[in-house]
Design a protein around this ligand. Sequence first.
Ligand SMILES: Nc1ncnc2c1ncn2[C@@H]1O[C@H](COP(=O)(O)OP(=O)(O)OP(=O)(O)O)[C@@H](O)[C@H]1O
Ligand SMILES: [Mg+2]
Length: 434
Amino acid sequence: MNPELRVLAKRYAQALQEYVLGRGEAALQEACDLGRQALGDGVGVHDMAAIQHRALIRSLMRVRTREESSSTLRAASRFIVESLLPFEMSHRKSQEVNAALRESEERYRSVVDTARDIIYTLSADAKIMSMNPAFETVTGWSRTEWIGKDFLPLVHPDDRPRAAEIFQAVLKGQVPPIFELGVRAKSGFTIPGEFVATPLARDARVVGVLGVARDITDRKRAERALRHLNEALEEEVKRIAHALHDEAGQLLASVHIALADLAPTLPPPAREKMTEVVRSLKDCEDSLRDLSHELRPMVLENLGLMPALRNLAEKVARRNKLSITVSASGNNPARMPASIESAIYRSTQEALNNVVKHAGARRVRIRVRRGSRAVSCIVQDDGVGLSKPLRREESTGLGLIGIRERVGALGGSFRIASRPQKGATLLLIVPLQP
Ligand SMILES: Nc1ncnc2c1ncn2[C@@H]1O[C@H](COP(=O)(O)OP(=O)(O)OP(=O)(O)O)[C@@H](O)[C@H]1O
Ligand SMILES: [Mg+2]
C-alpha cells in the first residue's frame, strides 16, 4: 500500500472505530467525505475494499463479546455503504453521460450517413481515413477501394498541385475559403466539386483534415447554359442593332432626300412647316442612332468597359436630363474578358433604365472597382427608392431577373439596397476567374 493510501486507511479505520463506539451521524458523514476524497484522489473501488477490510479486522480485534462482534459488523456494513456512496453516484453519472454521448453519436452518424454531400477525413500523411456513403453515390467508387489510400489520385491531374497546396495549408491550421476541384469518378468522367476543408484537431494538435465536398455538376451545367443563352442574346441584339442602324437609318435617309426634293416646290408657309418636320426627323434619326449604338456598343467591343459606360451615361443623361458620373478605381485598368465587360455593361444599362423609369432621381453615380480577383460595379441613385423589398416571385419585371442571370452565369452575385426617399443602390460583383 502506498503512503497516501496508508494515510487514508488510517483515517478510515479511526472513523469506523468511532462509529462503532457510537459517534453516530457525524462519523457516517466522515465516511461519506472519505469516500469522496478517495474518489477525487483516483483511488479505485478495489483499493477501497482493501482499506475497508483492514479497518474491519482492526475493529473486530478490539471486540470482546459476541454481541459486540455482531453490532460491530452491523455498524461496519452501514459505514461501508456510506463511504461507497460517492463511487455509486459517480458511476451513475458516467452511465448517464455515456448514454447521452451514445445518443449524440448516433444522431451525428445518421446525419453523416444520410448527407448528400461527401464528408471525409484525411490523415496528416494525406491518406483517406473515412468517407460517408455519399462518396459511393456521387463518384461510383466503393469506399473500401479508397479508404487508407492517398487522396490525391482522386483529384483531376490539373487540380492536384492546388489540392496539395490547400491540404498543407489546412494542416498548418488554416481554414481556406470554399474551393473547387475536379474529382475523378469511377466512370472516368470528372465531377466538379465544391469543397470546404478544416483542420482536424486532437489535443490542440492538427492531426488531419475534415472536409465536405458537394457535387456541383447541375450548377455548372446551368451556368454554362445561361452563358450560351447570353451569347445568343447578345448576337440577337447585334442583329437588331444592325437592322435599326442600317435599315431604319436608310429608310429615314431616303425620307430626308424626298423631303429635300419636295421643299423647293412648296409655298413659303408650308416650307417653314417642312423645316420643322425635317428637324423632328433629324431628332428621330439621332435617337435611333443612339439606340442602335447602345444596343451594339462598338465602344465596348473596341475600347472596353469604362469608355462604353461613360458613353452610355452621357447619352442617358442627355436624353433624360440627369446628372450621371462614372468613376473607376482599383488596379490594372486593362481589358477584361468580353463576357464580363458585356455583363457589367448590360446590367448597368438596365439599372439606368430602372432609374429613369422608377426612381425620379436627379443624380446617379456609377462606380466600377477592379480588384485582383473580382470586379464590382455600383449604380447609386438619389430617387424615391424601392417602394418595398423586392420579392422574386412577385416581380413582373424582367430587368433585375436579367441582371441576376447574366451575373450568375459568370459566378457573380447581385444585390439591390434601398431606403425610402433615399434612393436605390445596385451592387454587382463578378469574379475575374471563373
Ligand atoms: N432605381 C430604382 N428606384 C426605384 N425602384 C426601382 C429601381 N430599380 C428597380 N426598382 C423597382 O424594382 C422593380 C423591378 O425592376 P425590374 O427592372 O425587374 O422590372 P421593371 O423595370 O418594372 O420592368 P422591365 O425591366 O421588365 O421593363 C421595378 O418595378 C421597380 O418597382
Ligand atoms: Mg427594369
